[in-house]
Design a protein around this ligand. Structure first.
Ligand SMILES: [Fe+2]
Length: 203
C-alpha cells in the first residue's frame, strides 16, 4: 500500500493519500489545501486518483476539494449526512475498493453529524473524531457529545489494539499512535458512563 501524509503548518491539519501499489488507484483523504504537493505525488507515482474523501465537512479539511477534483478527475465522497459539495454519498459499512486495497467507512458522528473514520489494513484515519491524546470537540454546530460517546466507545475502542491511529490534526505529542496506546493514555478514552462523558465534555 502507498501511504503518504501531508502537513499544513498553520492549521496543523493532516491530509493523506492512500494508493494501491499494483492497480495504482488512489484516494486522498481531506485535501486540506495542500493541492500542489498532492498533485506532485499523484503525478510522480503515476496514480489514478479516483476519490477525494472527507472525514467531515469542516472547511479546513475540505479546502481544495474542487481544485483537486478538477486537476485529477477524482469524485468527492462524504458521509450522507454531509450535504454540500459532494459527488457520492457514503454510509456506515461502505467499502471503497482500489482494486487490491479496500477502505472501510465507519460512521462516527459526534464532532459533526457526518464524521467518518476510514479503516485501511491496520490504519485508522480518524479525522476530528480522535486525536493523539485528545478527542474531537463537540461544542461546534452539529456537535453532540452523546453521539461522540457512542462512536468512540461503541465503535472505535472495539477495534484491535494494534490498529494505528492517523488523526486529522497534529494536536498530540506525536503525529500518530496506536489504539492500544490511546486506550491506556488518552484521558478522553478513560472508561466512563455516557452521562459522565457528556458531563466531562462540557467541562
Ligand atoms: Fe473539524
Amino acid at each position: 500500500m502507498i501511504f503518504r501524509r501531508f502537513f499544513v503548518a498553520n492549521s496543523k491539519n493532516f491530509a493523506y493519500l492512500i494508493g494501491d501499489e499494483k492497480s495504482r488507484q488512489a484516494v486522498v483523504v481531506d485535501p486540506s489545501g495542500v493541492i500542489t504537493e498532492i498533485v506532485a505525488v499523484v503525478e510522480k507515482e503515476k496514480l489514478n486518483l479516483k476519490y477525494i474523501i472527507n472525514t467531515h465537512s469542516h472547511p479546513d479539511h475540505t479546502a481544495g476539494n474542487r481544485e483537486l477534483a478538477a486537476k485529477t478527475g477524482a469524485k468527492i465522497l462524504k458521509h450522507e449526512a454531509g450535504v454540500h459539495g459532494v459527488d457520492l454519498k457514503l454510509k456506515d459499512g461502505d467499502v471503497i475498493s482500489l482494486d487490491g486495497t479496500s477502505i472501510k467507512i465507519i460512521h462516527t458522528p459526534g464532532h459533526t453529524p457526518d464524521s467518518i473514520c476510514l479503516l485501511v489494513d491496520n490504519k485508522l484515519l480518524t479525522g476530528d473524531t480522535l486525536f493523539v491524546g485528545e478527542c474531537g470537540r463537540t461544542d461546534l454546530p452539529g456537535g453532540n457529545s452523546a453521539n461522540l460517546y457512542d462512536s468512540l466507545f461503541g465503535k472505535i475502542i472495539k477495534l484491535d489494539d494494534a490498529v494505528e491511529i492517523y488523526p486529522g490534526h497534529d494536536y498530540g505529542p506525536r503525529p500518530d499512535s496506536t489504539l492500544g496506546f490511546e486506550k491506556k493514555n488518552n484521558y478522553t478514552l478513560k472508561l466512563r458512563s455516557k452521562e459522565e462523558f457528556m458531563h466531562f465534555m462540557q467541562e
